[in-house]
Ligand binder design. Structure first.
Ligand code: CUA
Length: 350
């Protein structure tokens, strides 16, 4: 029995310490305990309020239980104490109804006000349209005319309003440092207000099971200064450079045009005639103009484990469904040379 209690105590302590190490741990990018903006802070404040109330109740109830167990424990007959026996006590019943009701009322006030505060956006906040796809996030900045994928760049200290929907199934956009989870629903628009107080990079994840590669549907939010954001927008609006004839980049451009990439992907060149046409809305892949300006790709899954952008791209282009099971990007059976050229072309798209 003693061994069992000891084992259970060790297991409970391990769980508790395991949970504590998430607080402030740099290796836990999806922790909710490091809020980096007013919306996430609001949720965090609410969590700690409820946590401490619950902890106080736990300590009080468990303390009373242990005390009663000790005082009224089974002793030798002569000094045994029988607790007072009672059946029905209006005073006690009122007490244990009123106290929990008061506690719930205290929790309800900030909870309900937070729920309303966190739903919807300020009228003048910058809009970004977010569309979920199996398995990547598409961002469109309607006022700036910028299209990008997986990496959301926002100005720090300003509220950005995500107008979210889905192209296929339910997804859920979750960047724990900046806000809670919210669904992306096909045929509906949901709103999510995002604000990062300081510049930084924040990790996000799809939080609704959406098919085979749900676990590989991630995102990054990069908060930068207003000046850097304006620079980024200007760079994104610039057309892609058409590579010069005879360079590896040009060979890669030819692979891009002739091996089927343009069925799903767009790259916006200066020359109208060289612009690619997405042949089918059904196979709508990320806009690859300025692809190399994104530090992550393929659903923000690559590069991983210390590999370079190029190494990850080589692995991805060789066999996409091997990296992301179920990927709609097929294995195009590219040769090593074609992959090398394609990488040179894509990496020149800064
Ligand atoms: Cu999208 Cu899970």
């Amino acid at each position: 029995m003693l061994r069992l209690i000891r084992g259970a105590t060790v297991a409970a302590m391990a769980l508790l310490l395991g949970a504590c190490q998430l607080i402030g741990n740099e290796d836990a990018p999806l922790t909710t305990f490091r809020p980096a903006g007013p919306n996430a802070e609001r949720i965090d404040d609410l969590f700690w309020l409820v946590f401490w109330i619950a902890t106080a109740i736990f300590v009080l109830v468990m303390g009373a239980l242990v005390l009663i167990l000790f005082v009224f424990r089974d002793r030798k007959k002569e000094d045994a104490r029988e607790p007072k026996q009672l059946h029905g006590s209006p005073k006690l019943e009122v007490l244990w109804t009123v106290i929990p009701a008061l506690i719930l009322a205290v929790i309800a006030v900030p909870t309900v006000s937070s729920v309303f505060e966190l739903t919807g956006c300020e009228d003048d906040s910058m809009r970004v349209e977010l569309t979920g796809h199996q398995w990547w996030f598409e961002f469109h900045y309607p006022d700036q005319g910028v299209d990008t994928a997986n990496v959301l760049v926002i100005p720090a200290g300003e509220e950005v309003c995500l107008e979210m929907t889905s192209d296929d199934v339910l997804h859920n956009f979750w960047v724990p440092a900046l806000h809670g989870k919210r669904y992306l629903v096909p045929g509906q628009t949901t709103l999510l207000r995002l604000e990062a107080s300081q510049p930084g990079e924040f990790w996000g994840h799809c939080a609704e099971f959406c098919g085979l590669s749900h676990s590989l549907m991630r995102t990054r939010v990069q908060a930068v200064s207003r000046a850097e954001f304006d620079e980024w927008v200007a760079a994104q609006l610039a057309p892609a450079n058409l590579p010069a004839d005879g360079t590896p980049e040009f060979d890669g451009y030819q692979v891009f045009l002739n091996k089927g990439c343009t069925q799903c992907h767009t790259i916006r060149f200066d020359d109208e005639a060289s612009s690619n046409i997405v042949l089918s809305e059904l196979f709508n892949g990320p806009d690859l103009t300025h692809f190399a300006s994104r530090n992550v790709f393929a659903g923000a899954v690559l590069p991983e484990g210390g590999e370079t952008h190029e190494q990850a791209l080589a692995r991805w282009l060789a066999d996409p469904p091997n990296v992301k099971p179920g990927s709609f990007m097929p294995n195009l059976a590219l040769t090593a040379q074609e992959i090398e050229d394609l990488i040179a072309f894509l990496e020149s798209n800064t």
